[in-house]
Design a protein around this ligand. Sequence first.
Ligand SMILES: [Zn+2]
Length: 217
Amino acid sequence: MAQTAVWRPAPDLVPGRATRFFFLASLQAVLPAVLQAVLFAALLAPFSSHAFTLSDGNEVQCQFSRDDTSATATERWVDYKTPSERDPELGKAVAVVRFDPQDRPTILIDAVAYKQSKGVMAAMWDFIFFHECAHAKDKRLSEIGANCAAYIEMQDRGLMNAIRFKDIEAAHLRIMNLPEQYGGNGMEFWRMTLDCVERERGRPDPGSAMYNAQSAR
Ligand SMILES: [Zn+2]
């Protein structure tokens, strides 16, 4: 099969400094649909943008600050025809953050996984975006901390309710194995996330629980 143009990271992006949202089980569920879509899909040119459409229809941008200046994180939607053409930068994740040498973040999103699953996992995609955005805002944030920040952001935006909670929880609980920094598995990842949210909501000093979560495991 002919090679098709897929997005490649800009040379100035630093390899190995990714922060990933692991989402393995859900991605595996999506892949058969991806293979079907391959037969019909026209390859969209990879594109970058600065907005993400939330499940409530609102557009959101990921704002970050460096050295007292504020900017919007770049998004790159990674499209591909076959799984083998999927950008290896994504690894097994559906979204990752890369930082350039100036620490400016780019959020890479698996456009195929998004298109195939946003209908049934809309709340989870909101969560993933806010998770990656939390990393983009602060490189020091742990995986638990990024999840914690995503949860709180969704609550603050009125995006969390019982149904959405269950959907996001279920997406986590499907993940059997995760690296240590995610708590080792989806159940533990979710439990530590909820612990962090509880601590964070109970503290007068915003952000402290997120940072403490780095050493909580
Ligand atoms: Zn992460």
